[in-house]
Structure formats: structure tokens, C-alpha cells
Write a protein that binds this ligand. Structure first.
Ligand code: UTP
Length: 291
């Protein structure tokens, strides 16, 4: 029986250069999708998946994330005084959402390095990794689907989505065979970072959700910096493959790259259209645009 997955790491120490100038001062993870920071979508996904302890890897100038999940006395007192009960409830709910720990990544030395920063807080147990800029609309939540695969198979699990055509070249691509009993599962044999379309080993693009075994930490410690002087998570997982089974899992749901301007625009339109309080009004507005 596999150990339960109780902890989730959110790497949020990056610079968010794709979203400049908005991210010069505001952490990318705090950019709002409709009315909620993208990081909160990920935290809610983890909690809805049974995660008990959230670990956020932060960096310089990213204190807004800690403030967001903390109590805001001035705001709460003002909302109370003004009788704004619903908003007060909303604000209080955020600060009591989950057990959250923060660890600072002193320099943005790569995603693998960010995950390694969480080693002591995770300890010797399997854990989830959620990249906050990948916002995923799924039911059951994406990381829950993956935890279920981990429980059943007992190896690390990487979320993938099927991409037809040359668009696959923008991703890390999974190499491996589809499982005979479950077509959503792939037995991972390797990964290729941003391959040419003709050289892509599959149509399975790796996206920002992982369930990893703790052995990845010792392997990341031995990983030398790769592309751009960064310690890549991919290299740690490739090393893991020499010791353990790793699975790709084509999750059910839709992923948005909210760390990218165009991806955020798509997510904004689609999430807004799902909000009952203004879906109809927004639809009418969109229909009225002479495009
Ligand atoms: P990205 O590559 O999307 O984030 O990493 P970035 O480097 O901040 O953004 P761009 O490419 O310059 O626009 C995915 C996640 O990993 C975190 C980021 O904060 C983001 O949530 N990350 C990345 C770290 O925590 N530390 C790093 O050194 C690099």
C-alpha cells in the first residue's frame, strides 16, 4: 500500500518575465483570473484533493502571497463595521483555508531547485507539485486524479495533455508506451525538452502537475545545472527513472497557461463565462463585439 500524499509544493520563486510589466512588482502567482489570484486556484485544487499541508516556495519581493493567505485585520474590521458579511466571510475563509508553510528560494535557479528547497518540509513521503501558473479546470481535480494513479501504481506521476501538430514543440514531451489496461496512463521511458515536431517521441506534453516520490530530492541534489544554468526538474525525474517506475497520465480536464498573456486572456474569457452572476451579461457583450 502506497503512503498517502499529504503535502503539496507550489514553486513560486520565478521571475515571471513572460508577464512583464505586470510582474515587475506583483508576483505572477498573484495575478487575478477574474477575481482570484491564480495561486489560490491551485491551493483550492490541492485542498479539494485531500492535501493537508501546502508548501509555497517564494522568492524576493513575493511577500504578497503570504499576506494573501494571512489574516487581514484592517480589512476584516472595516468589512465588519460596514456590515459586509459576505465579503468578510470570503476574506476570513482565505486565511483559514489550509496549513501553509513558506520557504524562500534565494535565487531563481530553476524549477528543480525550487522543488529541492521544499525537501525538509516534505520529508520522506510522496508529495504533489503544482505549478501555480497552470490553472486547470477539472472534476475531479487534476491532482486528485493523479494521486489516485499514484495510489494504484505506486510510482511518480506526471500530468500530460495530448497536443496534435507542431504546437508540441513548446513543451517537454513524454517518451513511453500507453498502458494496456488504461489508455490515460503511459509507462514513461524518458522525456525530451521542446523537441522539433518531427522528432517528438509522442503527442503527450508534460504540464505543471506532478506526484513525486521523495527519492527525487537526493537525485536533484546531485543534478548539475542544465539549460540556462538552472536545475531542471526534468533532469531529476530522468534520474528517478533509473530507479523507479514513472507514469505519464493524460488528465481529464482543461489546462490554461495563465503565466502567459494569451493563455491568461483565454482563461479569463472562459472562467468569466462560467460565473453565474455575470455569464449572461458577458456573453451578450462578447456577441456585440464586431469581430
Ligand atoms: P516558469 O518558467 O513558468 O516561471 O516556471 P517563471 O520563470 O517565473 O516565468 P517566466 O518564464 O520568466 O515568465 C513555472 C513555475 O515555477 C516557478 C515559477 O514561479 C512558476 O510558478 N519557479 C521557476 C520557481 O519557483 N523557481 C525558479 O527558479 C523557476
Amino acid at each position: 500500500m502506497s503512503k498517502p500524499v499529504r503535502k503539496a509544493v507550489f514553486p513560486a520563486g520565478g521571475l515571471g518575465t513572460r508577464f512583464l510589466p505586470a510582474t515587475k512588482v506583483i508576483p505572477k502567482e498573484m495575478l487575478a483570473l477574474v477575481d482570484k489570484p491564480i495561486l489560490q486556484y491551485g491551493v483550492e485544487e490541492a485542498i479539494a484533493s485531500g492535501i493537508e499541508h501546502i508548501i509555497i516556495v517564494t522568492g524576493r519581493g513575493k511577500g504578497a502571497m503570504e499576506d494573501h493567505f494571512d489574516i487581514s485585520y484592517e480589512l476584516d474590521a472595516t468589512l465588519e463595521r460596514k456590515g459586509k458579511k459576505e465579503l468578510l466571510e470570503l476574506s476570513r475563509k482565505i486565511s483559514s483555508m489550509a496549513r501553509i508553510s513558506y520557504i524562500r528560494q534565494k535565487e531563481p535557479l530553476g524549477l528543480g531547485h525550487a522543488v529541492l528547497c521544499a525537501k525538509d518540509l516534505v520529508g520522506d513521503e510522496p508529495f504533489a507539485v503544482l505549478l501555480p501558473d497552470d490553472v486547470i479546470d477539472a472534476n475531479p481535480p487534476c491532482i486528485k486524479q493523479m494521486i489516485d494513479v499514484y495510489q494504484e501504481r505506486g510510482g511518480s506521476v506526471l500530468a500530460t495533455m495530448t497536443i496534435e501538430g507542431p504546437g508540441i514543440s513548446a513543451y517537454g514531451v513524454l517518451d513511453g508506451k500507453q498502458d494496456a489496461s488504461n489508455p490515460r496512463i503511459y509507462n514513461c521511458a524518458g522525456m525530451v525538452e521542446k523537441p522539433k515536431f518531427e522528432e517528438a517521441p509522442s503527442k503527450q506534453a508534460i504540464i505543471g502537475r506532478y506526484v513525486l516520490t521523495p527519492r527525487v530530492f537526493e537525485l536533484l541534489e546531485k543534478t548539475t545545472p542544465g539549460a540556462g544554468g538552472e536545475i531542471q526538474l526534468t533532469d531529476g525525474i530522468l534520474a528517478l527513472l533509473k530507479h523507479e517506475k514513472v507514469f505519464g497520465y493524460t488528465f481529464e480536464g482543461k489546462r490554461y497557461d495563465a503565466g502567459d498573456k494569451f493563455g491568461m486572456l483565454q482563461a479569463t474569457v472562459e472562467f468569466a463565462l462560467k460565473r453565474p452572476e455575470f455569464a449572461e451579461k458577458f456573453k451578450e457583450y462578447l456577441k456585440g463585439l464586431s469581430l
